[in-house]
Ligand binder design. Structure first.
Ligand code: ZN
Length: 318
């Protein structure tokens, strides 16, 4: 049994409009909607999960929805500041054309020897597609995007902090990450077997404006452990190191603990088990509104209050 942390599990961000967000991530970027549920702390709002065909750990991006101008946040220090996905190097031109056809401004950069296409999502969250020839994950190829160009899953978690030492120390001492390399003010760490989906980049920027939570920002990043025993082992280590760690929360598809690293970024440890097929068949993931048991008696009111989400439009360029 392996009780170690082995990489990224999911990223959760906040958007203003579920339909626009759904169209962007499923229609334009070709992720699969793997779960349609509500915020377990506020069932009047959706919680949508996107990922590969089965919602594999390391491919999952989820959104809460906070509508209205007043709920807007600001991307900055003390946050995960970009959502990075991995694609095959041969896919970059395809994606550049697809984004251009939609009128989405994108720029190409090179970092750690990898070519990156950077743009922003429908709420202004920075999104990147990183070319990685070594990523063998299949992605989701039934969204109208050729299989060889499909997004493979998450690439790295980019954490922008004003003082990197405590964040780096936490990753290495308590969370099973090891330093891969440094370039300028950016340090890359990896866990488990390494590679895409198992990286964290810590960006040290003492002058960065602090971020503010709200729509258009990442809410938290979740790291993966195989099972409950692994989660409890991490809980003990973190608590011994002085972190204030929540009790275990049952999220239906995984079980989680939460804590903040010293620069204020909310971290979660989530189990690989039981996964997204626990309450609907794998072939039907994301097609029906799924509610946790405590909300089932209120299904009719909850459904009536939620806006309908339509499938992303066909023929979306590219
Ligand atoms: Zn989470």
């Amino acid at each position: 049994m392996n009780a170690s942390l082995s990489g990224l599990h999911h990223v959760t961000a906040i958007a203003s409009d579920p339909q626009a967000n759904h169209d962007f991530y499923t229609g334009l970027l070709g992720l699969r909607l793997v779960k349609k549920t509500v915020n377990f702390d506020d069932p009047s709002a959706y919680h949508l999960y996107y990922g590969d065909g089965s919602g594999s750990p390391g491919t999952i991006l989820t959104f809460f929805y906070w509508p209205g101008q007043a709920a807007r946040g600001r991307v900055g220090a003390g946050q995960m500041t970009a959502i990075s996905f991995s694609v095959a190097p041969a896919a970059l031109d395809y994606w550049a054309d697809r984004l251009a056809a939609r009128g989405i401004a994108a720029e190409r950069r090179t970092r750690f020897g990898e070519v990156v296409i950077a743009f922003a999502d429908s709420d202004g969250i920075p999104v990147e597609l990183v070319a990685d020839a070594a990523d063998r994950r299949a992605g989701w190829a039934q969204a109208g995007i050729p299989a060889e160009y499909a997004i493979r899953g998450l690439h790295t978690a980019q954490l922008t902090v004003r003082a990197a030492a405590t964040t780096e120390e936490l990753l290495v001492r308590e969370m099973d990450f090891r330093l891969v390399r440094r370039e300028g003010n950016r340090a890359r760490f990896e866990a488990g077997p390494g590679g895409s989906g198992r990286y964290v980049d810590v960006i040290a920027d003492a002058a960065a404006r602090p971020g503010a939570g709200g729509s258009g920002t990442v809410h938290h990043v979740a790291f993966r452990v195989a099972d409950d025993a692994g989660e409890l082992a991490l809980h003990s280590r973190l608590a011994l190191a002085g972190y204030h760690v929540s009790g275990v929360r049952d999220r239906n598809y995984f079980r989680s603990i939460y804590y903040r690293e010293r620069n204020g970024i909310l971290f979660e440890i989530a189990t690989d088990v039981p996964g997204f097929a626990v309450d609907e068949p794998a072939a039907e993931l994301g097609t029906a509104l799924k509610l946790p048991a405590q909300f089932e008696p209120h299904r009719a009111e909850i459904e009536a209050a939620l806006p309908e989400i339509h499938p992303a439009g066909q023929g979306v360029g590219g």
